[in-house]
Design a protein around this ligand. Sequence first.
Ligand SMILES: Nc1ncnc2c1ncn2[C@@H]1O[C@H](COP(=O)(O)OP(=O)(O)OP(=O)(O)O)[C@@H](O)[C@H]1O
Ligand SMILES: [Mg+2]
Length: 371
Amino acid sequence: MSVYVGLMSGTSLDGVDAVAVSWPDDDAPAMQVCAHVHRSFEPAVRARLLALLQSQPGELEHAAAAALAVSHAYADAIDALLPQAHLQPTEVRAVGAHGQTVRHRPQAVEGGFTIQLLNGALLAERCGIDVVCDLRSRDIAAGGQGAPLVPAFHADRFGAAGQARAVLNLGGIANVTLLHADGSVGGFDTGPANVLLDAWAGEHLGVAYDDQGQWAASGRVDARLLRRLLSEPYFQRPPPKSTGRDLFHLPWLQSHLATHGRSPAAADVQATLADLTASSVAGALQRHLPDARELWVCGGGALNRHLLTRLASQLAGWKVCTTDALGLPPQQVEAAAFAWLAREFTARRAGNRPDVTGARGPRLLGCLYPA
Ligand SMILES: Nc1ncnc2c1ncn2[C@@H]1O[C@H](COP(=O)(O)OP(=O)(O)OP(=O)(O)O)[C@@H](O)[C@H]1O
Ligand SMILES: [Mg+2]
């Protein structure tokens, strides 16, 4: 049996999910999640990370300090995880650690790059396990988007021979995986999910998120505002493509609201944002996977009941379920993908899917900080 730990902290900036995953050996596909821990970021760490999303004086020092704080949060999550899984550090083959994205510019004219803050040396020092991190840069160096990386894992875990299926991760950003009936795989970021819903709920209700989408459900969709938001060129760009908080942030929404003319009620804006996610996902699936009728949803947004209802209404004839029904709870999927990527690195197998990211070929992803 080989055990890997996956650590993911995504664009929602809500904190870190840690899972311990066991496989019978390094080649077998069957896997089991032994334990899952979620740790929220301390408010000061979250504030520091949010501030780093824009260029600011002294940002190199702030970034280095934030990377240390993220590494301590990751190490604390591992400290809580291993006893739950009844594991000693020496029983874990490697940790796959994502880090916190503060820039994602795969197509910058001077050369693409992406920055996930993490101090791999500190994490290895604190947890005493091999740490595999910086998992996106190699794909970008090979001409790819460096994202999304999870379709390779989704294909491995959720693929069904002869059956077209879609997997949707509703994190800060929404990304789809297209599992074609012939075994080929596609995938891309469709656009914003929780990043705007959380920001608008925080601004108007002072809460971290709109629990189950109840506030959005109380509002009415402003069709003209929705059309305006959907006019963002990103939605029509053909894949491969990836995005993040570099594009979709509160000022992006506010600038559209400013040119909208009249101010809709705050709850109507929330309803419109939920439909923005549902429409952009449904449109992408109808265009790129027209023969599928199954959508499996994961990520924290899978707990947003209103959003799932809106998705199901836009995808008439589709079965829309969470990944629970496939044996993996939605909040564990992305972290499990990073455990899987650590396993691929350890077995010296490519972790990217060039058909998804647009890279020139399969590449070994990650950089190792030995225990
Ligand atoms: N009960 C709930 N109701 C509505 N939304 C929820 C609920 N629980 C969590 N969420 C949403 O899920 C988000 C966290 O999801 P998740 O951790 O998958 O996103 P992420 O960190 O951006 O991950 P990634 O980038 O890997 O996809 C929260 O910010 C919140 O918006
Ligand atoms: Mg998260």
